[in-house]
Write a protein of this length. Structure first.
Length: 153
């Protein structure tokens, strides 16, 4: 059985470090130019300001972290009377994918964000057809497409 719950960023840093490199390897487009270097202090700072929302998925028997959904919460500059949550990272360990855990993680996150007064949940992701189908199944709409180009040094 899997347990979904809200947690604090500062309590998760060591556990997330076990997964984040593998996730980066899986999704980073510019690996040769942009090295993984998470600002865990900034995550903790945003969490302490009430601007970060973290939901985890854990195995019930040993509480092993198998997934997480981290969002940044704030009013967008063009809608100051609403709170938006924007996904920073969604991750399910590969051996647990395909078992609706991602769907349940998103639904639990959505419920908890709504309780916090969030109006809109935006999920940014690398193109992945099965994940898009999950989002469409739970009434998410494709709104924008992001193009990226490395322009730095």
């Amino acid at each position: 059985m899997i347990i979904y719950r809200e947690e604090r960023a500062e309590d998760l840093v060591d556990e997330i470090k076990l997964h984040i490199h593998n996730h980066w390897e899986e999704v980073e487009q510019y690996k040769d130019k942009i090295k993984l270097n998470p600002d865990f202090n900034k995550y903790i700072e945003l969490d302490n300001l009430g601007m970060l929302h973290v939901v985890t998925a854990r195995r019930e028997q040993d509480l092993k972290l198998i997934g997480y959904f981290i969002s940044v919460i704030m009013p967008p500059l063009h809608h100051k009377d609403h709170l938006f949550a924007v996904s920073d990272i969604i991750y399910i360990a590969p051996e647990y994918r395909g078992k609706l855990l991602g769907l349940k993680l998103i639904k639990y996150t959505e419920k908890k964000l709504k309780e916090k007064g969030v109006s809109v949940l935006n999920i940014t992701m690398k193109t992945h057809a099965s994940f898009e189908k999950i989002l469409e199944r739970i009434d998410f709409n494709k709104q924008e497409i992001t193009y990226t180009k490395y322009i730095g040094v």
